[in-house]
Design a protein around this ligand. Structure first.
Ligand SMILES: *Cc1c(COP(=O)(O)O)cnc(C)c1O
Length: 457
């Protein structure tokens, strides 16, 4: 189809929205390794997970074979308030880069939480409510997940308790207030409220906190409070399942115009947006129906795929969560305190880890100053103020488009623009004032952390 026929924004109508989530695991020959019980090192059964997670979410978590899960009507109804999200052709960016490449991005920042996380928050809050629970606990780093969950809990009338990584709690007071506006209570982590928080504070007084540590606190609180369960905004397979709505919509929109991407790019923290965006495309690749290049983009300061080890590790710093076989930097890994771009989780979702180990997905790491350069270039061309996390994908998309400029290839590049950056102005300010530096961990630092991995078989 000619270039002129593709609109700037490809919107779907409500009745073109997917009515079921797609479970990529059903099409994987090499299934992701099972979660292990940290006490027995045996595969986790539903009963082991029941004190921590909601029952239906456990069923989704453990299901490697069912290809589709119907999206509950209540969730679909709320989805319609902010979905389908637009798929945008980056004509302005293409022009500025003077590239023959065609660039598309799926924009998930069109809701108050400002990111894709609301897609899974709604599903998780719905199942918690359906189970008759009083509330949920969670952790949040930069605050997008906590905000999304607060919105979902307000909608489904659930109590919401958020442990927010301390450095973010202090640097992003507005995020905190948004969450409280939706009725959540927000505690800086590590806190004195939990056993694990007190232990971590004793061992590392003055710590900035980490996601792994906030997870431990939220899990402890959930298991000790009757009527509560813990919910997680990334990393788990159930979250990738919910986020498949991103990829399904994207595929429907591209198919409408007969567009087939050559390269699909997503930023990778715990892996949920990337896993959701690529799901239907990767399914085609695994079934031998089509071929695509997939690129995961991670920060050079927290490079789990590109420099971590594929091994069983704890999902949290406090070592109370199950072990997952994933690319990891070690559960004690904390990115340097000057790291401003999010995506600071030490591990990676097990599905994406397996796909990367199998060689069907690539990964690159990028330095934060180059990420903010890309963010600024994108903002000036396309108008949207991107989240630093999303800007990792922008960086890689621009780099691929510039390669096309050199070779003259007209590749089609698709990337996930996961959210907006309005609450990240402290980081942008650092970049503008020239106070942002790039910290890349040394091989010794990484090896030191990996030496502490649990010994499993
Ligand atoms: C949380 C978040 C990410 C990273 O999480 P994934 O689970 O890896 O997708 C990326 N972008 C934004 C805007 C986020 O809020």
């Amino acid at each position: 189809m000619s270039k002129e026929k593709i609109p700037y924004k490809i919107y779907l109508s409500e009745n073109e929205m997917p009515t079921a989530w797609y479970n990529l695991r059903a099409d994987m020959k090499n299934k992701p390794a099972p979660l292990l019980n940290p006490a027995t090192l045996k595969p986790m059964e539903a009963a082991d997970l029941a004190p921590v997670f909601c029952d239906e979410l456990i069923a989704q978590e453990l299901d490697d074979t069912t290809p589709f899960f119907a999206i509950p009507e209540e969730v679909l109804t709320y989805y319609k308030m902010f979905r389908p999200s637009p798929l945008i052709r980056a004509y302005f960016l293409e022009k500025q880069l003077d590239t023959p490449a065609k660039i598309y991005y799926k924009f998930e920042g069109n809701n108050t939480s400002g990111s894709h996380k609301l897609n899974s928050a709604l599903a998780q809050a719905y199942y918690a409510k359906k189970q008759g629970l009083k509330g949920v606990t969670t952790e949040t780093g930069a605050g997008q997940w906590g905000t999304a969950l607060s919105m979902a809990c307000a909608y489904f009338d659930l109590d919401c308790k958020v442990y927010m990584v301390k450095v973010s709690y202090e640097q992003k007071p507005f995020r905190r207030e948004v969450m409280r506006t939706y009725g959540a209570s927000v505690t800086p982590s590590p806190s004195m409220e939990t056993e694990v928080g007190r232990k971590i504070l004793e061992a590392h007084p003055g710590t900035n906190g980490s996601l792994g540590c906030a997870i431990s606190e939220a899990v402890e609180k959930a298991t000790e409070t009757p009527g509560y369960r813990y919910v997680l905004g990334s990393v788990l397979n159930q979250v990738l399942l919910h986020q498949s709505v991103i990829g399904l919509e994207t595929k429907t929109a591209l198919d409408k115009y007969g567009v087939k991407p050559d390269i699909i790019i997503g930023c990778a923290g715990g892996g949920s947006n990337l896993g959701g965006l690529i799901a239907p495309f990767m399914g085609e690749k695994l079934r031998g129906e089509a071929d695509y290049r997939f690129i995961a983009v991670e920060p050079a300061s927290c490079p789990s795929l590109t420099r971590g080890r594929f091994a069983y590790d704890y999902c949290d710093t406090g070592m109370v969560c199950p072990l997952a076989k994933m690319y990891t930097l070690g559960s004690g890994f904390m990115p340097a305190s000057n790291h401003a771009g999010g995506l600071r989780y030490h591990g990676m979702n097990t599905v994406l880890s397996q796909l990367y180990a199998d060689g069907v997905m690539e990964a690159v790491s990028v330095k934060q100053t180059s990420v903010f350069e890309a963010a600024e270039q994108f903002a000036r061309a396309e108008g949207i103020l991107p989240a630093p996390e999303s800007s990792h994908a922008i960086r890689a998309a621009i780099d691929e488009a510039l390669k096309c400029k050199e070779t003259g290839e007209e590749k089609t590049i698709l990337f996930g623009l996961t959210g907006t950056g309005y609450f990240d102005m402290v980081a942008y300010e650092k970049f503008h004032d020239g106070n942002m530096s790039d910290y890349v961990p040394t091989d010794e630092e990484i090896a030191g952390n990996l030496a502490g991995l649990p010994k499993v078989d």
